[in-house]
Design a binder for this molecule. Structure first.
Ligand SMILES: [Fe+2]
Ligand SMILES: [Fe+2]
Length: 186
């Protein structure tokens, strides 16, 4: 497996872990929650999504997806849809970050707004990952040639994941520990 492909696979695993943790904190805004949300975790998770998946993961996939589209595969419509979702996800990350920044600045935001916005965001992300895993990632194994990987490599520069690459960047240490602790509870 090419190293870019491997990194994308690993990213999916990491993004899933992150969404589980974000989802757990978001649930704290539910009326029957027994504890308050950890706003630092939510803000940090959104900051991470903005700084790595939105800036590296999805744009790298776009480069690979364009190669697949040239091959006129039967999944072409889905691939176009996934490319559109990349744009949608970036917009939704910004919107949600703005909402939680308002909370951090003591502006009034209703729990319904937070829950609705965040759950929509998490569902969008999870469904996106599932579709890629099930229908598009397998095509990378069979359809992208060694020569094409070289072309892709010239356009996609591997970047370090600031949260999951050990040690995490300082800004994400707290979030990383939160994720590990949460997983150890189960
Ligand atoms: Fe994607
Ligand atoms: Fe992806």
């Amino acid at each position: 497996m090419h190293k870019i492909q491997r990194q994308l696979h690993v990213d999916h695993h990491h993004i899933t872990r992150l969404l589980n943790c974000l989802s757990k904190e978001i649930d704290c805004y539910d009326f029957n929650s027994k504890r308050a949300a950890d706003l630092a975790v939510i803000l940090s998770a959104l900051d991470y999504i903005d700084s790595y998946p939105d800036k590296w993961h999805h744009p790298s996939e776009d480069v690979i997806f364009d190669h697949l589209l040239e091959k006129d595969v039967k999944e072409s419509r889905l691939i176009e849809q996934l490319k559109n979702e990349h744009k949608e996800i970036v917009i939704e990350t910004d919107k949600l970050s703005e909402l939680f920044d308002m909370v951090a600045n003591d502006c009034i935001v209703t729990a319904d707004e937070l829950l609705g916005g965040a759950r929509h965001f998490i569902t969008l992300q999870r469904k996106h990952l599932e579709k890629e895993n099930e229908f598009v990632y397998p095509l990378m194994d069979t359809l992208i040639t060694g020569e094409e990987w070289k072309v892709i490599e010239s356009k996609v520069k591997i970047q370090d994941d600031p949260l999951f690459k050990k040690p995490s960047k300082k800004d994400f240490e707290y979030l990383y520990q939160y994720i590990v602790d949460l997983e150890n509870e189960h």
